[in-house]
Design a protein around this ligand. Structure first.
Ligand code: GAP
Length: 548
């Protein structure tokens, strides 16, 4: 059995992802691009299957939700209105010794009296940091192997250098209240706000030329004035890659509602790429700069948002669990008031128990009427809804015009893919052909998510068996089922390869097939094989996929 909590599970999943073609490091032959990933031949199928399942449950199977596919680059005023340009930023800090860059709000916070040991990677690094600290701060910390000692927190604003266990500090310095996460260094820069949106320029504008002439003409400006002047030039033609798919649903609220005659409550759904220049990228594809989201904005009558929030929270967690082997690893958690985004009056995170503990997979937020109101203010468009059947609660008159409230289930596709890879990974001890114990790795992906639904394997590459197998594969294709013809290596190795790919069914064509037109069908999870008529294979697979 697999120990799903072992930290090595992550390493095993990353390694299998590469070997079997689920996920590759982006631009690997050039040394790789940090935080960017490519989805390989199996990964692209798995990703699409997750998205198709989401679309089916959120759009196709519902009368009250419609879909859109909006552009990634939107009008810059969208981001002014949504608050992303002003508020979508992280407080960033640099360690002045190690150059480690990190988010201040996520850093460890030692308190009064705590030691501040600086934990270096090795002795060599410790020696060089010791020197750097001596040069910059004129103090000589004590080195114990790869750890530098002597700094201690005095109070929330001050820290001191304490030599030889002295009670009194030999030197004191301002303390920021936190240390760098990797080294524990308290020697830090000021906090700087860092916008998470990727900026680019649109149109035939020579920004560099404009900046050069501005600098030429304004040589006597100080640093701050020069920066503001350059920033103004850049902003004129700046566009941003969307950091969430959500805003298009607010901006297109009226077009969608009117073109499809939708009545509140109703939702607009979208799946697609989002981009965030994340400061901390971590845990493989868990947090990356380019990722995919599946979001739905559900517009409701004011006052009904709490019930709808609970409704979508339950719906969404059920969806994740239904496609997983281990539903107990999913839970939801209500946000504390100080965690809530500026637009939300309540929010739940749907969390998964990753190898590093419970962490976010999807947010289900009650976004109030914030976004529609902000876009109305900034654009001048009337983003409201008129309900002829209702009485206006203020005037008591028939007919009520109001700005709908919004419930937003916002899930990560690529994060979901990681969750299902972790959930699927199993190591088992099973008998081999000689009845001896052998180990196998099997990806128990839900059949609806499995990249390849059925592999068709001729036992040998001759005697007409490949022709029969290819014929069968082509019938699966015609029925819209992703099948794969596979004749490489022994039958045992092929089974194991498809176990690792998560292929739920393998059909083997052997000598008996030619005699009595039967084939064997092997179940990935139980490894049981049964003989079935060749002509029934398609129907049987179709039925099993439908019922899964
Ligand atoms: N519209 C609301 C919104 O975007 P969010 O919590 O920032 O909310 C929703 O993002 C989901 O998108 C997250 O729960 C996560 O699954 C995914 N996500 C966000 N940032 C991500 C990143 N940098 N890498 C991978 N997935 C990310």
């Amino acid at each position: 059995m697999t120990d799903k909590n072992s930290s090595s599970l992550m390493e095993k999943v990353i390694s299998l992802s590469k070997q079997r073609g689920f996920v590759f490091q982006s631009s690997e032959i050039y040394g790789g691009l940090k935080s960017a990933y490519d989805y390989g031949p199996l990964g692209v199928e798995l990703k699409r299957n997750i998205m198709n399942e989401w679309w089916r449950s959120m759009v196709h199977e519902r009368e009250d939700v419609i879909g859109i596919d909006a552009s990634i680059i939107m009008h810059t005023n969208v981001w002014h209105a949504s608050g992303h340009l002003a508020g979508f930023s992280d407080p960033l800090v640099d360690c002045l010794i190690s150059k480690e860059r990190f988010r201040a709000d996520k850093a460890p916070r030692p308190v009064s009296g705590d030691e501040l040991p600086i934990e270096c990677a090795d002795k060599g690094q410790a020696k060089s940091y010791l020197e750097a600290i001596k040069k910059r701060y004129n103090i000589e910390l004590k080195r114990n192997g790869k750890v530098l000692l002597g700094m201690r927190v005095i109070d929330e604003n001050n820290m001191g250098f304490f030599e030889n266990d002295n009670e009194k500090p030999s030197a004191t310095f301002p303390y920021r209240g936190y240390v760098s996460p990797k080294f524990g260094s308290p020697f830090l820069s000021d906090e700087r706000q860092f916008n998470l949106m990727f900026r680019s320029q649109i149109g035939p504008i020579d920004v560099l030329g404009d900046i050069t002439s501005f600098v030429e003409k304004n040589k006597d400006l100080d640093n701050k004035e020069m920066r503001t002047g350059i920033e103004d030039i850049v902003k004129k033609s700046a566009v941003y890659l969307r950091p969430e798919t959500a805003q298009a649903m607010f901006v297109q609220f009226l077009n969608c509602q009117q073109s499809m005659s939708m009545k509140v409550p109703f939702g607009i759904a979208q799946m697609g790429k989002s981009f965030r220049n994340e400061v901390t990228v971590e845990h493989f594809i868990f947090r990356s700069c380019e990722f995919e989201q599946m979001e739905m904005e559900f517009f409701v009558e004011p006052g009904t948002q709490k019930d709808w929030l609970n409704y979508w929270r339950d719906k969404r967690i059920e969806w994740w669990k239904k496609l997983a082997n281990d539903p107990d690893k999913f839970r939801y958690r209500a946000h504390e008031t100080d965690e809530l985004a500026h637009y939300a009056d309540a929010c739940y995170d749907i969390e998964y128990e990753y190898p590093w503990g419970f962490d976010e997979l999807e947010g289900v937020a009650s976004r109030t009427d914030y976004d529609l109101k902000k876009h109305s203010e900034h654009s001048g468009a009337k983003l409201s809804y008129f309900d002829q059947q209702k009485q206006d609660p203020e005037t008591g008159k028939n007919g009520w015009r109001y700005t709908p409230y919004v419930i937003e289930p916002a899930a990560g596709v690529t994060r979901g893919l990681l969750v299902y890879l972790l959930d699927a990974y199993h190591e088992e001890t099973v008998p081999n052909a000689d009845g001896e114990d052998s180990s196998r790795v099997v990806m128990k992906l839900h059949p609806r998510l499995a990249p390849i639904k059925v592999a068709v394997l001729p036992l040998v590459k001759k005697e007409g068996l490949p022709e029969i197998a290819r014929d069968m594969v082509s019938n699966f294709f015609k029925a819209g089922i992703n099948a794969r013809y596979d004749e490489q290596h022994s039958i045992g190795k092929r089974y194991r390869r498809h176990d690792e790919a998560g292929t739920p069914y393998c059909i083997t064509i052997d000598g008996q097939t030619k005699e009595d037109q039967t084939v064997t069908i092997r179940n990935r999870d139980t490894m049981e094989q049964e003989r079935i008529p060749q002509e029934d294979a398609l129907l049987i697979i179709q039925k099993r996929l439908m019922e899964s």
